[in-house]
Design a protein around this ligand. Structure first.
Ligand code: PEP
Ligand code: MG
Length: 571
């Protein structure tokens, strides 16, 4: 029977293929008591080792297929699997209650997951998914059950599952897996983020799609509209095939922009760069013809490590990225840790508002030895390419000058040691704090360039936590307040003869691009897979026209009014 569903379009693309039902094997967990608690604890410990080994393998695969940013989720899994507090609670339950290991693991991990799930914070809710993923691994190992290995799929299918864990998603081979649909999940779930990186179409949050399919059914999915049809009619297949063709055509047209300059129809040139999280991501940046790396989030290097990464480790990583990009610029952002980004090996102070607290440049200026290690590594690597450095979260001129002082000290020290470094390194800053946008001109007297981090600029301007779904309606990139701050930054920097880029999500937003070009933004840094379509979009814009459009938009009162103006413009 033909059935239609509507879910959340989480990863773009249209596919029609056979259903592959990912069914969890049910494991019966009894509360049978055991007598040999020591043996049971050994069994439990072995299952933890087993889980850790599995996670290591998946992390390696994710690093290769998805890059550092997405692979970082498996560090969280590793933390859960090796969490001493949780492990102790399970072992205590085995010892004190003579509980079998399966039951104890199921109860304790279940308690932890429920605790995180009940939190209001979206980020914390995601941690519950991590705990369940790891718990499943430990329980399967204890029960001797092998879970379905999705990496072994070798025919064209669309996976239908209640949920797809990050471990499952990281292992999908896009040659065979043409898409996936799930009962639960949304656009910001790890599975969705990974699907977008892998460019596998996905529709999530379909409630009970698993109850309406059988293996072997045909299924059609549209990851843009969220439409799903089980056993589509011939007519419906034709419609889906047409949409797929249109998307393919669009991608082919994008591909024609490889090797071309990023210019408007009246020859106003800008630069389109890639955001990366590790040197491994350089490959994707080059494949998509990035003109530079506009943001290398160096914190992933720290988050992936077991301890503060050494100067040598960092030197290797920065050198690899610089060499990989050849003579193209690589903007490395110094450590942006704190807020939602934490380290296994460093205890952050307890704070009421971590996003307003001890993070990014504030931490680097407090922990000068750690800052010096990074600056020395960066300077040493600079001989291998075209390096630029920027400091995150600058709020005042003093902060920038203090950071610059540290940079000068690192240079002096290396000089004394007779160690070479490039002499043309640009040193800039991110504009993520509204205060910095307001005094962009004064800051630009000192900084070589500015890069606008809209993800944070938005949360600080609207006073709305970027992790909290209850206030996500305030994520309004087109609100005139945000547009005004962006415009002030660009005007301020330009008046001092400095260039301005943007590396927040907004830089790759199709709706925002005409306005940003119109405001005179010089560099757009975005996820590599968005670069060619942005270049194509820009080629169809007329600079004089979008200048007028931007100045009109800024004068409006609401995001909706700006959207209406854009609709009119796009007609
Ligand atoms: C930003 O804030 O826009 C940004 C690019 O930095 P991050 O998303 O890493 O905080
Ligand atoms: Mg930021």
């Amino acid at each position: 029977m033909n059935k239609k569903f509507n879910g959340i379009g989480a990863s773009s693309g249209v596919s029609i293929a056979k259903v592959f039902e990912l069914i969890e094997q049910k494991i019966n967990i009894s509360n049978d008591k055991i007598s040999d608690t020591k043996k049971e604890i050994e069994k439990f410990k072995a299952s933890i080792d087993d889980a850790i080994k599995q996670i290591e393998v998946i992390k390696e695969r994710a690093l290769k297929n998805l890059g550092a940013e997405e692979a970082a989720v498996f560090d969280a899994h590793m933390q859960v699997a090796s969490d001493p507090a949780m492990s102790k609670e399970i072992q205590d339950m085995i010892t004190n209650e003579k509980c079998n290991a399966l039951h104890a693991t199921s109860v304790i991990t279940g308690n932890y997951a429920s605790m995180f799930e009940s939190m209001d914070d979206e980020y914390m809710k995601e941690r519950a998914a991590d705990i369940k993923d790891v718990a499943k691994r430990i329980i399967n190992s204890l029960a001797g059950v092998k879970s379905t290995d999705v990496s072994m799929i070798n025919e064209e299918v669309i996976i239908v599952a209640y949920d797809l864990t990050p471990s499952d998603t990281a292992q999908l081979d896009k040659k065979f897996v043409k898409g996936f649909v799930t009962d639960i999940g949304g656009r910001t779930s790890h599975a969705a983020i990974m699907a977008r990186s892998l460019e596998i179409p996905a529709v999530l949050g379909l409630n009970d799609i698993t109850k309406h399919v059988n293996s072997g059914d045909k299924i059609a999915i549209n990851g843009d509209t969220g439409e799903v049809i089980v056993n589509p009619s011939d007519n419906e297949i034709v419609n889906f095939e047409n949409s797929a063709r249109e998307l393919e055509e669009s991608k082919k047209l994008d591909a024609k922009f490889k090797g071309k300059k990023s210019v408007t129809s009246d020859n106003h040139q800008i630069e389109i760069a890639a955001n990366i999280g590790s040197p491994k991501d350089v490959e994707g940046a080059k494949e998509n013809d990035a003109e530079a790396v506009g943001l290398f989030r160096s914190e992933f290097l720290y988050m992936d490590a077991k301890d503060w990464p050494t100067e040598e480790e960092q030197y290797k990583s920065y050198s690899e990225a610089l060499k990989g990009m050849g003579n193209k610029k690589v903007v490395v952002r110094t450590l942006d840790i704190g807020g939602d980004k934490i380290l296994n090996y460093f205890k952050f102070p307890d704070e009421m508002n971590p996003f307003l607290g001890y993070r990014a440049i504030r931490l680097s200026l407090d922990k000068k030895d750690i800052f010096q290690t990074q600056l020395r590594a960066l300077l040493r690597a600079s001989v291998h390419g075209k390096l630029a450095i920027m400091f995150p979260m600058i709020a005042t001129v003093d902060e920038f000058l203090n950071a610059k002082k540290e940079y000068d000290k690192a240079k002096e020290d290396l000089k004394k040691e007779g160690i070479e470094f490039a002499n043309d390194i640009e040193v800039g800053m991110m504009v993520e704090v509204p205060a910095a946008a307001v005094i962009a001109k004064q800051l630009a007297k000192h900084a070589d360039f500015m890069s606008i981090g809209t993800n944070d600029l938005m949360q600080y301007t609207m006073a709305s936590d970027r992790m909290n779904e209850k206030v996500s309606y305030l994520y309004q990139p087109l609100n005139p307040s945000i547009l005004t701050l962006i415009n002030m930054t660009i005007e301020g920097a330009h008046s001092e003869g400095k260039w301005v880029g943007m590396c927040g999500e907004m830089a790759g937003d199709k709706n925002a691009i005409p306005l940003l070009v119109g405001m005179g933004l010089d560099e757009f840094s975005m996820s590599a897979t968005s670069i060619l379509s942005a270049r194509r979009q820009i080629s169809n814009l007329n600079y004089e026209e979008v200048k007028k459009l931007a100045s009109e938009a800024i004068k409006l009162s609401t995001q909706d009014e700006v959207k209406k103006l854009l609709e009119k413009f796009n007609k």
